[in-house]
Design a protein around this ligand. Structure first.
Ligand SMILES: [Zn+2]
Length: 88
């Protein structure tokens, strides 16, 4: 029997994108971390996705974005920054 506070692999995978973007509430982030510590299959998949995302991001830094996309990324960053400055 799986305790209720444990995520299944399926649930963990559903959180993957948010987890990689650090968009999850701390409690849920922790649950995913916990699952990854116990589940080699998910840990491997998450590592793969994380490295993929990192290489995409480092590549994005090297290209010149179209102005519309630049504005959109700027907006997202502003939201992200204001969110991270909120207490709690
Ligand atoms: Zn798993």
């Amino acid at each position: 029997m799986t305790p209720l506070n444990r995520l299944t692999c399926e649930e963990t995978f559903r959180q993957l994108d948010s987890w990689l973007d650090h968009e999850l509430p701390v409690a849920e982030q922790h649950l995913v971390d916990e699952h990854l510590a116990l589940c080699a299959a998910c840990a491997r998949e998450f590592r793969f996705e994380a490295s993929l995302m990192q290489s995409v991001r480092s590549r994005l830094r090297e290209v010149t974005l179209p102005p519309a996309l630049q504005a959109r990324v700027g907006d997202l960053l502003a939201v992200e920054l204001s969110r991270s400055q909120e207490p709690g």
